[in-house]
Design a protein around this ligand. Structure first.
Ligand SMILES: [Zn+2]
Length: 404
């Protein structure tokens, strides 16, 4: 790495950053309905002279989704220097109903900015945008690619998937994702914090087939709902993997659908079960685990276990861990300390997101560093405004060190 190039993280101004955050929060953008915010991000980058482009995201088979990511690139002076991906998602969950104010108010009070998606992750999106613009004035050897992606909160992470499909991640050597950090970590942490990995996730899709009979004579049938319930209980108790950094895997039965109101022994039903996994567990072993549980139960019904339908076999959330000694982690550690005055805590994410695609599928050393808040995905969601600014400054400083 060359000598530290001079870029002033103080180029990130509080007021302007938080005004941008408020603008972003005020744009309704649940997943699959991101047109307005995508256009806003494009225009913002374009107005800053940063040559953004739309990257079409298409998934015709399952969701019929058509949208666009926004990409922008800063070209470094040395083709051999590392390329860094800065990634944020633009979508939110659906607006929840329990808000006792406008869920898109963007109200700032006591250092908190309120709104659906304020913390997850318009705070991180604002930080990435202002950091990227500040980096345009830096003297970088490596490239920096900004990706503002759609559909992180949707079922398949189609925006990040498109980065992989189109080879964008092949050009990168490491990734930073500014998702909310500590609040979604496996352990209790506070910012500054770096999250260096995440568990993976599979969704068992189980069909249970029994045998119909008149409901007044249940002994003449095989009750698929009863067997699915027994199976759900057994799966919830099964042994799962453990990892020194990622912690334990977990299993959560999510739904049993089947049967009806007619007086019949239900002949079939569908059981969906979430399984979070750690490194060392893959599709094959996860399937084998469930099949062992089924074999041990010896149910009357026939059981067929698969995974949730996906746009392609590789569209899966695998687990990953980034090495604490990776140069990007070292750069972020030093920058977090210089910006906040505190050495960052190290943690691991509790669930899955686009970062799994970068860390696992694309094999990129991937770090989550993002502003914290509360009530994520719920009413009263907010992000701490000073942490949004801190994250932007950390991004500028660390990118200048890593790619400078
Ligand atoms: Zn998120």
């Amino acid at each position: 790495m060359s000598e530290q190039t001079h870029t002033d993280a103080d180029a990130i101004e509080y007021d302007e950053t938080i005004e941008l955050l408020q603008d972003l929060v005020r744009i309704r953008s649940p997943y699959f309905e991101e047109e307005a915010i995508v256009e806003f991000v494009y225009e913002w980058l374009d107005d800053a002279g940063l040559d953004p482009e739309y990257q079409p995201v298409r998934e015709p088979d399952i969701t019929g989704y058509e949208g666009d990511n926004v990409l922008a690139r800063l070209e470094g002076s040395d083709p051999d220097a590392p390329t860094l991906l800065l990634n944020a998602h633009v979508d939110t969950v659906q607006l929840v109903e329990e808000w006792d104010e406008d869920p898109l108010s963007g109200r700032v009070e006591d250092g908190k900015c309120y709104g659906q998606g304020a913390c997850d992750m318009k705070g991180g999106l604002a930080a990435v945008l202002v950091a990227f613009r500040a980096l345009a004035d830096a003297d970088l050897r490596g490239d920096v690619i900004l990706s503002a992606v759609v559909d992180e909160e949707g079922p398949y992470g189609l925006g990040a998937n498109q980065l992989i499909r189109d080879g964008i991640t092949d050009e990168c050597d490491a990734a930073i994702v500014t998702e909310p950090g500590p609040i979604l970590a496996q352990s209790e942490l506070e910012n500054p914090a770096l999250l260096l990995g995440a568990r993976g996730r599979f969704l068992y899709d189980v069909t249970v087939r029994g045998h119909a009979a008149h409901g007044s004579q249940p002994e003449k049938g095989r009750n698929a709902v009863v067997d699915a319930g027994t199976l759900a209980g057994a799966l919830a108790e099964m042994d799962v993997g453990t990892h020194p950094k990622l912690g334990d895997g977990s299993v959560c039965p999510l739904s049993i659908e089947g049967g009806g109101e007619t007086l019949s022994v239900p002949e079939a039903c569908r059981l969906l079960v979430d399984r979070h996994v750690v490194i060392g567990e893959d599709a094959e072993s996860v399937l084998a685990d469930a099949e062992r549980v089924v074999a041990d139960l010896d149910l009357d019904s026939d059981v067929e276990i698969g995974f949730r339908e996906a746009p392609a076999p590789d569209v899966r959330y695998g687990p990953y861990v980034t090495d604490e000694d990776h140069p990007l982690v070292r750069s972020l550690t030093a920058s977090a300390e210089s910006v906040t005055g505190q050495a960052p805590a190290i943690g691991y994410f509790s669930s899955v997101g686009d970062f799994n695609y970068f860390g696992h599928r694309a094999g990129l050393p991937t770090v989550i560093v993002g502003p914290d808040g509360e009530n994520i995905h719920g009413a009263g969601e907010f992000v701490y405004t000073d942490e949004v600014v801190d994250v932007a400054r950390i991004l500028v400083d660390a990118t200048t060190a890593f790619a400078g």
